[in-house]
Design a protein around this ligand. Structure first.
Ligand SMILES: Nc1nc2c(c(=O)[nH]1)N[C@H]1C(S)=C(S)[C@@H](COP(=O)(O)OP(=O)(O)OC[C@H]3O[C@@H](n4cnc5c(N)ncnc54)[C@H](O)[C@@H]3O)O[C@H]1N2
Ligand code: MOO
Length: 412
């Protein structure tokens, strides 16, 4: 049974099981395979009705329809006088914003003073703006001026009638979509919810602020991961810093693994004494889906499914390696939960000598230019300098000697 078959056969969980993925020699899985496994290990989250502000950043699960005619009434497009018949007109009333329509039917030779957006009286044939009106004060106010038939009246439903589909399913809910939705009468929207990712940063040596003391290092992953997750379409919790040790990791995974769709664990993914992720996952009964990926940097990365259904992505502690792993396993899983296809990058030439590795895919920091992708350097596993200079990572397959490479976009 393929991973895709399992995706189709399991109806209840959004995260699907699978055997540990290693190649037949027991090594790390190829980079492309790892991405595909992560994408296919999940199913799209079910649609949810969310209040407008919470729907921001999601995608519409169904077409967005008008719930009212727009405009809701025949309304004035100008401040002035709603008039009936030929000039002059005797002003018989006033309708300001937010008020109900003037009672009764306007008869020829009469007018009602009216505000922009207010419903015009029955019988009104046009609106004469203040600037175009000549007023004559007598026992009653009388106005005259040129007011062609139908001028400055917006007819009920002329923009759209109730039921019109104004935006297609899949449209991203931008701030302007929220405004449109409110104008069409929506308090909630049916959207594809954003997957939630919990972020755990492990390591006794990792500190969250200030200058690191001897043996310590500033956390460089907690600050970039939430933005990367948001860029991929998910939401991220505040990073939680954990000391090395199985107890803290077990407690945090038990707590967050239940509520988050994905838990990203930084550090603890390699083979050292303080690298507790594998034993903790085994004790929790997790299903290991990927255990090591043939990619440089970032090969000690891991994908697992907790018994409750949540995914765990293990990211190496070296920051550029963590970025590599996040793009390999975390971003495809988030996209899968959103129902989005695997993101295939553009292809371009890569200048300079081949940086290919004999057996692993290499991800190198590049900038796009008129002569193709150009390496920016500074992309060692422990450094984000190159990634910060870059606008993409070039995917260099094992033994690559060709011209074109795929570019993985980076958040702008
Ligand atoms: N015996 C082996 N040792 C190592 C292997 C291996 O295969 N066998 N792989 C190396 C590679 S490659 C990587 S990458 C790292 C991954 O290690 P971990 O995920 O266990 O991470 P740590 O050991 O905790 O840290 C590695 C490195 O990164 C620094 N670090 C950790 N967290 C952060 C953070 N949030 N921000 C900035 N820097 C961080 C940490 O101080 C270490 O210098 O394992 C190699 N070893
Ligand atoms: O995977 Mo590690 O990336 O080389 O530092």
């Amino acid at each position: 049974m393929t991973v895709a078959d399992r995706v189709l056969s399991r109806k209840t969980s959004t995260v699907l099981a699978g055997p540990p993925r290693r190649d037949r020699h027991g090594g790390a899985v190829p980079w492309d395979t790892a991405r595909r496994i992560a994408a296919q290990a999940v199913r799209r989250l079910p649609p949810s009705d969310l209040p407008l502000q919470q729907a921001a950043g999601c995608r519409l699960a169904e077409p967005m329809r008008a719930l009212v005619d727009l405009p809701r009434d025949d309304v004035s497009a100008m401040d002035g006088y709603a008039v009936c018949g030929p000039a002059p007109w005797r002003v018989v009333g006033r309708v300001l914003a937010g008020r109900a329509r003037h009672e009764g039917v306007l008869s020829p030779g009469t007018a009602v003073e009216i505000a922009t957006g207010a419903p015009v009286p029955v019988g009104a044939e046009s609106v004469l703006p203040y600037e175009a009106a000549q007023a004559r004060y007598g026992p009653a106010l009388e106005v005259s001026g040129a007011s062609p038939l139908g001028k400055h009246i917006r007819r009920r439903g002329e923009e759209c009638v109730a039921g019109t589909a104004v935006l297609a399913a899949g449209t991203p809910v931008t701030p302007l979509v929220l405004g449109l939705a409110a104008g069409l009468g929506h308090d909630t929207l049916r959207v594809l919810p954003r997957p939630h990712v919990a972020v755990l940063v492990t390591g006794d040596e990792v500190t969250g602020s200030g200058l690191p003391a001897e043996g310590m290092v500033r956390d460089a992953v907690g600050p970039f991961l939430p933005g990367l997750i948001g860029w991929a379409g998910g939401t991220a919790g505040e990073p939680l810093w954990l000391p090395d040790g199985e107890a803290a990791l077990t407690a945090a995974l038990s707590a967050h693994g239940g509520s988050a769709h994905v838990t990203a664990v930084c550090g603890a993914s390699s083979k050292g004494r303080a690298d507790h992720l594998r034993p903790v996952l085994e004790r929790l009964g997790a299903d290991i889906l990927v255990d090591g990926v043939a990619v440089r940097p970032g090969h000690p990365q891991l994908l697992a499914r907790l018994p409750g259904g949540g995914l765990v992505v293990g990211l190496p502690g070296n920051p550029f390696a963590a970025l590599s792993a996040a793009l390999t396993l975390l971003v495809p899983a988030v996209r899968g939960l959103l129902g989005l296809p695997e993101a295939r990058g553009e292809r371009t030439s890569l200048a300079g000598p081949s940086p290919a590795h004999p057996s692993d895919t290499r991800l190198v920091a590049v900038r796009r230019s008129a002569r193709g992708a150009v390496r920016v350097g500074h992309d060692r596993p422990g450094s984000l300098w190159g990634a910060a200079l870059a606008d993409a990572l070039a995917v260099v397959p094992p033994r690559w000697e060709g011209d074109q490479v795929e570019l993985l976009a980076l958040p702008g």
